[in-house]
Design a protein around this ligand. Structure first.
Ligand SMILES: Cc1cc2nc3c(=O)[nH]c(=O)nc-3n(C[C@H](O)[C@H](O)[C@H](O)COP(=O)(O)OP(=O)(O)OC[C@H]3O[C@@H](n4cnc5c(N)ncnc54)[C@H](O)[C@@H]3O)c2cc1C
Length: 499
């Protein structure tokens, strides 16, 4: 298939680039190897929109993070994404050494052109965070740290791109790239060949491998795992700001984040791993997160019982510890984005703008005139739990599916699940429904609503429940019919043993 621009990777970066470019008369294709967008690092992070106060503004990641600050609000307004720019963060300190680091970071924030930060004393800290440990002596308060739901953002970016003509191919893995005399010939995938004029490599943890399909690359990824606890919404009010514990040599310090949905996210540590698919949460590491950060900062928060899930994400750390963004050396029409670790989520709109500049520089025959029908807005999805009672009952009157609650923990209706299946990038499995609606993200983690969501998918897609998966591929929810059912139907499985 011929296309102007082929974007590899449907994380926040690939999706943001697709949206950035879809305003022009360009034919754009995005390929994602997994069964949905936002299944890589973009789904497992601290969900903070950093303003760049503690970052080296001379590094590319510092420059882009600072630049993106000015773009975030408009982007989220257009996309109807819940962005909380003023959640605020506090680096909590216990010792004079921590105070010294705070003073350096405060100076750094000024160098980066930021204002509003200050160092709070013990009493001010107790007023700002009534539940924090009495041992906390100081706090570097930054009112400009934001929070966002990274699935919502990535999904909204990708959906808006699709609304503006971008073609998205899921379960489509790039396996090789053919070039000749510095030009792209074709891109091989598991579903066939693409012939793009320009390739944008936004493949996250695999971006060095994709770059290596074209030439020997200097940049490489060494994955660094970060694990999290997610606390029940009951604890949502216990922590008011994003609270950093004191830093370590490899991390900015771990963090407690009050999420936009009202949970508390606590993590993440930083552990170098060899396997790019190692998402295991390890007991000893979780203990360290609990004792180093959660218990030390908020002693009343329990280790067990109130944690509804634990998960890990992998940072695509590069050998330079900076973003490596640019043309491939021997193939100018190939643009690599390697090492997009934190603050990649925060920097996404500025990274996308930089990617556009690089596409323009390729010299390929591309039409950069603006499309008159370009629409930067994505309609807000129906979110029943956020509605006032009158609006909610008016909606239910019009469509009773919104009155049928499927996920009790998060108050998600059948209507919202059907919407997710019918959205511009349709949800086709349980996790895809979960990312779009939160059905299964509550305290019971899908124990109650899971079977009902399977039923709705079955009904709406007209497929057997045996083909419904958790997250695509071979993650089938049901393996076989029970002996009783098969016998009743007299089918081929009638002799199989119940699983
Ligand atoms: C623990 C942790 C905490 C973080 N906290 C923050 C934070 O608070 N704030 C912040 O700004 N940033 C944070 N980050 C960083 C941020 O999450 C990342 O920078 C960002 O999500 C990177 O997005 P991406 O699109 O580059 O990667 P991804 O989301 O990983 O997307 C890449 C996509 O490429 C696909 N892909 C790979 N290979 C192929 C192939 N061969 N063919 C087709 N598709 C392919 C993958 O399946 C994947 O979906 C954190 C990261 C981690 C791990």
């Amino acid at each position: 298939m011929e296309t102007d621009v082929l974007i590899i990777g449907g994380g926040v970066i690939g999706s943001c680039i697709a949206r950035q470019l879809c305003r022009y008369h360009l034919d754009i294709t995005l390929v994602e190897k997994q069964s949905d967008v936002c299944m890589g690092t973009s789904k497992a992070n601290s969900s903070m929109v950093h303003d760049g106060y503690n970052i080296d503004g001379h590094k590319l990641k510092g420059r882009l993070c600072l630049e993106a600050n000015t773009m975030y609000e408009k982007m989220c307004r257009e996309l109807n994404v819940d962005y909380r720019p003023a959640t605020g963060s506090i680096f909590a300190g216990f010792t004079e050494d921590h105070l010294a680091i705070m003073k350096q970071q405060l100076e750094n924030s000024k160098t980066n052109g930021l204002s509003g930060l200050y160092i709070a004393n013990h009493d001010q800290m107790m007023a700002l965070e009534p539940n924090i440990s009495r041992e906390v002596q100081y706090g570097l308060v930054n009112p400009n740290t934001g929070t966002i739901n990274p699935f919502d953002l990535t999904m909204a970016l990708a959906e808006n791109a699709v609304m503006n003509g971008v073609k998205v191919f899921l379960e489509t893995e790039v396996t090789n790239i053919h070039t000749r005399k510095g030009k792209i010939e074709s891109v091989e995938t598991n579903i066939g060949r693409f012939k793009p004029k320009v390739i944008i490599n936004a493949a996250g943890l695999y971006s060095d491998k994709i770059a290596g399909m074209v030439e020997k690359v200097d940049g490489y990824i060494h994955p660094r795992k970060g694990s999290y606890f997610l606390y029940d919404k009951k604890w949502g009010d216990h922590v008011k700001h994003c609270i950093y514990s004191p830093p370590t040599p490899v991390s900015k310090g771990m963090i407690m984040v009050p999420t936009t949905e009202g949970n508390i996210l606590a993590g993440s540590n930083a552990v170098e791993v060899n396997d790019r698919e190692d998402f295991a949460t390890v007991g000893a590491e979780m203990d360290e997160i609990y004792s180093h950060t959660i218990h030390r900062l908020f002693p009343k928060m329990p280790r067990m019982g109130e944690v509804i899930t634990a998960f890990a994400g992998l940072r695509a750390a590069s050998n330079t510890e900076d973003f490596i963004i640019g043309h491939a050396k021997t193939v100018p029409a190939m643009i690599n984005l390697i090492g997009i670790q934190s603050p990649g989520l925060s920097s996404a709109p500025a990274i996308a703008r930089m990617a556009e500049e690089l596409v323009r520089e390729t010299g390929e025959d591309l039409d950069f005139s603006e499309r008159p029908d370009y629409n930067p807005n994505r309609p807000a999805p129906v979110i029943l739990r956020n509605m006032d009672p009158e609006t909610r009952s008016a909606l239910i009157q019009k469509n009773p599916d919104y009155g049928s609650i499927v996920c009790r923990c998060e108050t998600i209706s059948k209507g919202e699940i059907l919407d997710a299946i019918r959205r511009p990038i349709p949800a086709r499995n349980l996790d895809a429904i979960k990312r779009r609606t939160r059905a299964g993200m509550g305290r019971c983690q899908g124990g109650f609503c899971g079977p009902r969501v399977v039923g709705i998918l079955e009904e709406e897609l007209g497929i057997t429940p045996l083909n419904i998966t958790k997250r695509g591929g071979r993650s089938n929810i049901l393996l076989d019919k029970t002996k009783d059912l098969s016998l009743l139907e007299g089918g081929a499985n009638s002799e199989k043993i119940q699983l």
